[in-house]
Design a protein around this ligand. Structure first.
Ligand code: PGA
Length: 245
């Protein structure tokens, strides 16, 4: 793992966007794995700027998002589909048919999860996966205890995640309790991974993920074994690391 510590969130976001920009320039039909949440927002704003001001071309880019809340339709304002449209897709020239995200309303969950895996495979696998990290060390919705060999599946949100994500909802009771998420193994198979973490409330999870044992209790810890992972932190998120980076 390569660890980059930036002064602040703005610098971290620019660094992440630069890595994505270079990957798209190298491979215009990049298969890009994306994430939702507060952390990647600055990176998405920078990608929009790169599209608008520098003509960064997303027309051939294929996107696979990590996860979606079960029970929320694509047009629900708290759905991750809606989040992606609002915060990135509506502002760049990505083709809607090249955007993939799990559905929130599905009849046959198992079949759907298998199909999502197949779509990723058909696209040639994920070239670059952007990740955030939960305060409990999760990647995607792979909560503590999720097998490290898991593939796309139905996940139950941990209590800490429900609390963390309640800021996006009117009431904590409104946070969906389940989600469809790429599994740990699905994520691990991405050729390159960029994990972002910002703020003091991520410092514990970051220290455990980077310097603790590789364990299903901290699913991000699997990235220690990944051949090409870059972790970009701000000073606060890096504050509990013991090693020198
Ligand atoms: P956040 O979420 O970016 O909103 O902190 C990260 C995550 O839960 O993976």
């Amino acid at each position: 793992m390569k660890v980059i510590i930036k002064e602040n969130y703005e610098e971290l976001s620019k660094e992440a966007a630069e890595i994505i920009k270079e990957a798209i320039q190298k491979k215009p039909n990049l298969v890009l794995g994306l994430a939702t949440g507060s952390t990647p927002l600055g990176c998405y704003q920078e990608l929009i700027r790169l599209y608008q001001k520098e003509g960064l071309d997303f027309s051939k880019v294929i996107i696979f998002n990590l996860d979606e809340y079960l029970g929320l339709s694509a047009d629900h304002p708290q759905s991750y589909n809606y989040f992606m449209q609002e915060n990135l897709l509506n502002h760049i020239n990505v083709k809607q048919e090249n955007f993939h995200i799990p559905l929130g309303i599905i009849k046959n969950i198992e079949k759907f999860c298998q199909e999502y895996e197949e779509e990723i495979k058909k696209a040639g696998g994920i070239d670059l996966q952007l990740l955030g990290i939960g305060s409990d060390g999760h990647i995607g919705f792979n909560e503590p205890g999720t097998p490290l060999n898991s593939r796309t599946h139905l996940a139950k949100l941990a209590e800490s995640t429900i609390k963390d994500n309640s800021r996006f909802f009117e009431r904590e009771e409104d946070v969906p309790r389940f989600a469809i998420t790429m599994g740990v193994q699905t994520i691990f198979e991405a050729k390159k991974i960029v994990l972002l973490a910002s703020g003091e409330n991520k410092a514990d999870a970051v220290a455990k993920a980077l310097e603790g044992p590789i364990t299903p209790q901290i699913t991000a810890s699997i990235l220690q074994k990944h051949p090409d992972t870059i972790v970009i932190l701000d000073q606060a998120a890096a504050s509990k690391l013991k090693g020198k980076y």
